[in-house]
Design a protein around this ligand. Structure first.
Ligand SMILES: Cc1cc2nc3c(=O)[nH]c(=O)nc-3n(C[C@H](O)[C@H](O)[C@H](O)COP(=O)(O)OP(=O)(O)OC[C@H]3O[C@@H](n4cnc5c(N)ncnc54)[C@H](O)[C@@H]3O)c2cc1C
Length: 360
């Protein structure tokens, strides 16, 4: 990094010297200037972007710095990581919203790595707020996370202690789940995320093909993939029936407003279970069971119909994300990388291994 910085400076001062050349060596100067400009461009590019090796990849760990960290409560916190070398690849465009993805964070003292789910957000110093990434913006490769530390958690406690400027190493991206995508489908607008006065357009949206719906069961930080799916550029086209269990909504901090916006704009149907308000899944299993719909059949390239019945959700897939005990209750146990059979409440409603996926 230092070496690249020095090279950059040397070529800048070199150009100042050459500019004082005489008229008689104009041609030579022209050729030299072109070569210099090319070199300058090359080294400036390398200075800003590094060589290809600095791009986030699965093969090796890439260096990032903590550029923002904000505790929400004693255990939940937000963290933005900025790559030491600016990233050329726009992962949001590359992976598209149909891929749920994570990155691995390495804890160097004990040499273990854990997965975390980037959100398409960044910290905006001017407004001192968390804002969504605009279309086409990769914020130079910044990655934003919603995190929780556990009392015995090796990596989460280490991350919680990090300060702005500290360095961490990441590897990825890792695709956790991929939804079907119609490449000829229209792009979905997200204007309401940037300007809440934008007309709520969910009843006038048109697509080439009829979107399919999903039920998403999330507990705690298990909400991160649901936010990735619905907040990313050209987000998921169908409706997300979101069952979200937490102690209280406030533990989402500034992210809670995005759930509200998504709900107001018909992108999600939020079923909230806040245990601190006596509305817990454990106590209300019967209520949840009554709310869980039976699975619908996935029909690829189904003819689009106008959203006259937009309030009806017909999920073709159930995604489940949260602690082991939660996953077991909703969909039966998951065994490390193996999905295990579909059990729990979903099985009682007719769901099976074909249409249920346990994310973590
Ligand atoms: C694909 C994927 C994406 C993920 N995305 C995120 C994310 O965006 N944000 C985030 O905060 N985490 C996320 N996680 C979880 C994360 O990878 C770690 O498992 C978590 O931070 C705990 O790691 P640890 O090393 O601190 O705890 P460990 O040392 O692995 O566990 C120590 C103890 O902590 C407790 N504990 C650990 N995990 C949980 C849990 N989920 N629920 C309840 N108790 C637990 C248990 O008591 C456990 O015995 C994701 C996991 C996966 C697989």
């Amino acid at each position: 990094m230092v070496l690249k910085g020095l090279l950059f400076k040397r070529f800048v001062s070199g150009s100042v010297v050459r500019r004082s050349g005489t008229v008689s060596n104009k041609v030579l100067f022209g050729v030299g200037a072109a070569a210099l400009t090319a070199s300058l461009g090359y080294f400036s590019y390398k200075f800003v972007y590094g060589n290809g090796d600095d791009e986030l990849s699965l093969d090796k760990f890439t260096r990032y710095r903590v550029s923002y960290k904000k505790p929400i409560d004693g255990s939940h916190f937000l963290m933005e990581l900025t790559p030491v070398v600016k990233q050329r690849t726009n992962l949001w465009l590359k992976l598209e919203s149909e891929k749920l993805w994570s990155v691995e964070v390495k804890q160097p003292e004990i040499m273990v790595a854990r997965n975390y789910t980037p959100l398409p957000l960044k910290y905006d110093a001017q407004s001192d707020d968390i804002v969504p990434l605009k279309d086409g913006d990769n914020a130079g490769g910044k990655l934003f996370f919603y995190l929780k530390q556990y009392p015995d958690g090796e990596v989460s406690r280490w991350l919680f202690k990090m300060k702005e400027g500290d360095q961490v190493e990441l590897r990825g991206p890792i695709t956790e789940y991929e939804l079907p995508r119609d490449s000829d489908e229209r792009k979905r607008d997200r204007g309401f995320l940037f300007d809440s006065k934008t007309i709520k357009n969910h009843d006038v949206e048109t697509f080439r093909w009829r979107p399919f719906d999903i039920s998403f069961y999330a507990a705690g930080t298990g909400i991160a993939p649901a936010l990735q799916l619905t907040l990313s550029e050209d987000p998921f086209k169908g409706k997300l029936q979101l069952f979200y269990s937490c102690k209280q909504l406030e533990e989402l901090g500034p992210l809670a407003k995005y759930l509200e916006l998504l709900q107001q704009n018909g992108r999600i149907e939020l079923n909230l279970y806040e245990s601190s308000k006596g509305n817990s899944l454990r106590k209300d299993t019967k209520k949840l069971l009554d709310t869980i719909p039976a699975p619908s059949k996935y029909v690829p390239k189904a003819t689009f119909k106008s959203n006259s019945n937009a309030s009806i959700i017909s999920p073709v897939l159930s995604l489940v994300c949260g602690p082991d005990e939660y996953i077991s209750t909703i969909a039966g146990p998951k065994y490390l990388q193996a999905q295990g059979q579909t059990g729990g409440l979903l099985k009682q409603k007719g769901w099976n291994e074909e249409n249920v996926y346990k994310l973590s």
